[in-house]
Design a protein around this ligand. Structure first.
Ligand SMILES: C[S@@+](CC[C@H](N)C(=O)[O-])C[C@H]1O[C@@H](n2cnc3c(N)ncnc32)[C@H](O)[C@@H]1O
Length: 309
């Protein structure tokens, strides 16, 4: 049986099905509208979710400074209040299907429309989630030639948390994950390798899954706007189950194809895992008289260079 036969479901055939952890098998890919499909999933099923929703970029208004993102079956242009309300509804449904203690990573960006700034926190505070952290994704992209603002080279990732009882803080991260810091530097996926207009690079969902679930016990990973399937590929390669939703048949086919050949993407997972290697322990550094003080990120980044001059 191929991946599509094993995992692909259509929203309109789900009428009388409730998706539960027991019926999930290795995972489900569901072609349909996110909000509608989420309503068919049982409470408390998911351990970690990751997504980049459509950003409501009103592409028809964009000028020549910004490359348009054009989706297969979806026009990314809703009235802004409707868009924000839809995101609140989607995020609250995701909260319902997430197990207490579970996390959701929401990738978005600050946008401007006719001079007004829209910040993701504008609607995140209207959801039931506890906002645990804002992570800056420095995409290390070249700026435009001109700009009305300083070139926006970053996106944001919101780590949302579903508390257990009233303990809002949750469990401590492992040091090997926490040391990756709240600024993640990494280029977006190469458009020549992935024809989807806005795919994640594989390291991004892999980093979130490893930090929350590790690779030992098997968890359930959700991406409610799956696109080309990057989150499902990362989940599979790290030994977890997945639930992926997208309304585009073409992107679902792309995902099935990637999942069939997932092993080819394993080197990228190894690169991400290797960032957690502990090269020298505290004891070894101390015995050699090396730095045992505060941790300093040793990534050779542009920013450090700027201030070294
Ligand atoms: C930013 S892309 C996600 C890309 C993905 N992270 C990847 O790695 O390829 C957003 C996706 O949301 C899908 N989409 C937009 N509105 C949707 C809706 N109402 N229901 C389901 N999918 C939707 C689009 O088809 C698109 O593939």
């Amino acid at each position: 049986m191929n991946i599509a036969e094993q995992h692909l479901l259509k929203d309109n055939l789900l009428e009388n099905i409730q998706i539960t952890a027991d019926t999930l098998g290795d995972g489900h890919l569901i072609e349909g509208d996110t909000l509608n499909v989420l309503s068919k999933i049982d409470d408390d099923v998911v351990n970690v979710g990751i997504t980049s929703p459509p950003y409501n970029k009103q592409e028809k208004h964009k000028g020549w400074l910004v490359k348009n993102v054009v989706y297969d079956v979806y026009k990314d242009a809703m009235p802004e209040p409707d868009y924000q309300q839809n995101q609140v509804d989607v995020l609250n449904e995701i909260y319902r299907i997430t197990a207490p203690g579970g996390s959701f990573f929401y990738n978005h960006k600050i946008r401007w429309e006719k001079g007004n700034m829209y910040h993701p926190m504008d609607w995140l505070r209207k959801t039931v989630w506890t906002v645990k952290q804002e992570i800056i994704w420095d995409r290390m992209i070249a700026g435009n030639i001109r700009g009305w603002r300083f070139w926006q080279v970053e996106e944001r990732i919101y780590w949302l948390y579903k508390p257990i009882g009233d303990h809002l803080i949750g469990k401590e991260l492992q040091s090997c994950d926490a040391k990756l810091t709240s600024i993640w530097r990494g280029v977006p996926e190469n458009g020549r390798k992935n024809p989807h207009p806005a795919p994640f690079p594989l390291w991004l969902p892999a980093r979130m899954i490893i930090s929350i679930l590790g690779t030992e016990a098997q968890g359930i990973v959700l991406d409610p706007y799956l696109g080309s399937g990057t989150t499902a590929v990362a989940a599979k390669l790290l030994g977890h189950k997945y639930i992926g939703i997208d309304r585009s048949e073409a992107y679902m086919e792309m995902t099935c194809d990637r999942l069939e050949k997932a092993q080819n993407e394993m080197p990228k997972i190894h690169e991400e895992l290797a960032l957690r290697d502990v090269q020298t322990t505290f004891k070894e550094r101390k015995s050699k008289g090396k730095n045992v003080g505060k941790y300093r990120n040793t990534v050779d980044d542009k920013q450090t260079k700027l201030f070294e001059r």
